[in-house]
Design a protein. Structure first.
Length: 637
């Protein structure tokens, strides 16, 4: 009898070791409060990948994932397929690849068509914003003509990784689906956002029908992908000069968050030396209301292309006539600092350029808004952060939205504010109406990452990893969209940073709203400093830290799943290897870490099944059936 008991104990122990938790409740190794623990139950091959080359090689460069719970679809940014992969989360199969004419799948024949109601723009570049819509009379000097389709994504430009510096030029990047499942927003490597109408995507045909493009909206100035040298000078600059080459422009649009109530999209350009965030009114676009210009977010001067006046752009440079003020034969040179033609749906931008603060004597600061540095002394935006054609954030001339005129003389005003000033010792928020403490120094912070609208306050919470020079301090910035205040000279005052909350020993990379007013902050390492694993649950209004979780860290994307009231974390930089972390959102207790794969930094969960979908690079995790990369499906056993 005794040998049988010993054998039973040994077998039970072996089962627990092999399965992580098995059927043992409150497993001391993984912390689960239920019987099974988590495991991979399926893998989904990603379309159009192979083991040979780039692009179209192994599925090793991907970005954000987002699940539409209405139609049970997972959208994944695929930067080697140059598309957005679409996965049916009920069948665990890929059902589409949303793409442009430069994509791998379909060789361009299956590219998304641009909404035919988009009116033409009478300029050389038409309404084409680098990889945007190629509607008539679009043409490039290199010979590409109008075809009515979406140009596409730049992809990973050969093997993008966080180490080689090409990442800031890659795309697609951040993405999100509206709550009704009808609209897809995708951030692109060409400093732009592409808006797709998912109601036009037909998954019942073979091949599946592509969704229509409603708008391509610049958030800054694109690198010169289609110029004579392409982005080669910028790539070289990122491999040693921190992307300071003029060819880089404002780098990729990246993380985003959509306010489904007010239909405002917030998106960051987080890679430039002086990053910024853009707020875009999507109401007319997704509701298809208003004028054609409003429905497609055309530039303020809808007869000319987006962007700054291109100094020196004329017959002597390119052998063509640049149409100006309705003339197809006369090129009239203009002062490039005087004219800009921004998108008409931009509500405002916030520039993290270190302007203002007591170090500048407080001159020109508003006495009514604590962090508004937009007064007479500081141009809007500050000249240290331009978006120039052939320029780069950090040079000296300003060609950005603010108060000005388009090349043809149309006046515009786009509200622009500056990032917050914080105590340079503590990282706490400094109200500029009554600065105190060590608020004299104003640095240009970087490291803007994930963001989330607080449904309780209507404010945006933005992760700010480099608030001050002390690497052990990160911040969550609270931004008031300020949609109704028009007291600033008769125009909208625009969004501004209202507060900034300290998160210690953390480079915050992501934030997600859980139950009530709880927000989980995902933490990563900071500028070469490796912190012990930690995450925080904070109050979304006060910023107070409600809980600290030390069992998982090195996180990029986080997700809250209301289906099982749990947080899921893509922790690619855990010391012992990448994992998917699971946290109970009711008790704020860590439950389990499950092994994923190299660079597995995005995650999304279907609330109807509680299955988590994690992109995985090519390797054994994807099995031989999908050895070129896959999306792993994780579930509680």
């Amino acid at each position: 009898m005794r040998p049988r008991i010993l054998l039973t104990i040994l077998l039970t122990a072996l089962f627990v070791i092999l399965s992580g938790c098995g059927g043992v409740k409150n497993c001391p190794v993984c912390g689960t409060t239920t019987g099974g623990g988590y495991a991979v139950i399926d893998v989904v091959p990603v379309p159009e990948h192979n083991p040979n080359g780039e692009p179209g090689g192994p599925f090793n460069s991907f970005d954000i994932s987002w699940i539409d719970p209405v139609h049970h679809l997972d959208f994944v940014s695929d930067r080697l397929g140059l598309d957005v992969a679409v996965i049916d989360t009920t069948q665990n199969i890929a059902v589409n690849a949303i793409q442009g004419v430069n994509a791998i799948a379909g060789a361009g024949d299956a590219a998304s068509v641009c909404d035919p109601s988009i009116p033409p723009i009478t300029s050389v570049f038409g309404n084409f914003t680098r990889f945007g819509c190629r509607n008539a009379p679009f043409h490039l000097i290199t010979g590409f003509g109008a075809n009515g389709k979406f140009g596409g994504f730049p992809g990973a430009q050969c093997c993008a990784s966080r180490a080689n510096g090409v990442n800031p030029m890659s795309g697609p990047d951040g993405l999100e689906v509206s709550a009704d499942g009808n609209t897809l927003f995708v951030a692109n490597g060409s400093a732009s956002v592409v808006v797709f109408d998912l109601t036009t995507m037909n998954l019942s045909t073979n091949p599946p029908g592509q969704p229509t493009v409603l708008a391509t909206i610049p958030t800054g100035v694109s690198a010169d992908y289609d110029g004579p040298l392409g982005i080669a000078p910028c790539v070289a600059s990122w491999n040693g000069e921190a992307g300071s080459a003029a060819d880089c422009g404002d780098d990729r649009a990246d993380e985003m968050s959509f306010d489904n109530v007010h239909q405002v999209l917030a998106v960051i350009n987080g890679d430039p030396g002086l990053p910024f965030i853009t707020f875009i009114d999507m109401s007319h676009i997704i509701n298809k209301t208003g004028t054609p210009s409003q429905q497609h977010c055309l530039p303020i001067d809808s007869t000319l292309a987006y962007g700054p006046w291109q100094a020196g752009f004329g017959p002597a440079d390119y052998g063509v006539n640049y149409p100006y003020q309705g003339s197809n034969t006369t090129w009239v040179p203009q002062d490039p600092a005087a004219h800009f033609n921004p998108p008409s749906c931009i509500l405002g931008q916030i520039y993290y350029d270190g302007a203002g603060g007591a170090a500048s004597g407080g001159v020109g600061l508003s006495t009514t808004v604590p962090v508004d540095t937009v007064g007479a002394t500081f141009p809007c935006p500050d000249p240290s952060n331009p978006q120039t054609f052939g320029g780069v954030s950090g040079s000296t001339a300003s060609l950005v939205p603010g108060v000005g005129t388009t090349p043809s003389g149309t006046a515009y005003t786009i509200p622009c504010h500056h990032g917050p000033i914080v105590d340079q010792t503590l990282g706490t928020f400094c109200s500029q109406t009554a600065p105190g403490g060590n608020c004299a120094g104003a640095i240009a912070p970087a490291g803007l990452g994930g963001m989330m609208w607080n449904s309780n306050t209507g404010h945006l919470l933005l992760t700010n990893g480099n608030s001050i020079g002390i690497t052990s301090i990160g911040n969550i910035d609270e931004i008031d969209p300020n949609l109704t205040d028009t007291s600033c000279g008769g125009v909208s005052c625009g969004p501004y940073v209202k507060n900034s909350f300290v998160v210690p020993n953390c480079m915050p990379t992501s934030i997600v709203q859980g139950p009530g007013n709880n927000f989980l902050v995902g933490c990563a390492d900071h500028d070469g400093e490796a912190f012990p694993p930690n995450e925080y649950v904070i109050d979304g209004t006060s910023g107070a830290i409600l809980a600290t979780i030390n069992n998982v860290g090195g996180v990029d994307e986080t997700w809250y799943n209301p289906g099982d009231n749990k947080y899921y974390l893509a922790a690619r930089d855990m010391p012992n290897g990448p994992v998917m972390g699971v946290i109970d959102a009711k008790t704020n207790q860590w439950l389990q870490n499950v092994t994923t794969g190299a660079n597995s930094h995005s995650i999304a969960v279907d609330p109807s099944t509680n299955h988590a979908f994690v992109p995985l690079q090519a390797g054994p995790n994807c099995t031989t059936q999908s050895a070129n990369g896959c999306v792993g499906v994780y579930a509680e056993q």
